[in-house]
Design a protein around this ligand. Structure first.
Ligand SMILES: [Zn+2]
Length: 90
């Protein structure tokens, strides 16, 4: 029997080929894809993976380097910036 912490489906099960045959390994699942704060769509250009994998990347490769990068998708960013500029004039 496996260790009790591996009996739940929290960890992903991966069959790994080893010289002695196939063994079952337990790996962490990827985090959910980050979503846009306005429309809820999946954010493109934002790193996905386990927490450790994402942390190892450079900050510039984790999310787009622009205002609202990693928070809003590009159409929502465009709309927000235009709306802010228009409201600022009045
Ligand atoms: Zn959006």
């Amino acid at each position: 029997m496996v260790q009790p912490r591996y009996r739940s489906r929290t960890m992903r099960r991966v069959f790994v080929r080893t010289p002695s045959g196939t063994t079952l390994h337990y790996r962490r699942r990827k985090n959910a894809a980050p979503q846009c704060a306005q429309c809820g769509g999946v954010l493109p250009g934002v790193a996905r993976g386990t927490k450790t994998q994402v942390r190892k990347l450079a900050k510039s490769s984790r999310r787009p380097e622009r205002p609202y990068g990693g928070m809003l998708c590009s159409p929502c960013t465009r709309r927000t910036i235009i709306a802010k500029a228009r409201s600022h004039l009045q």
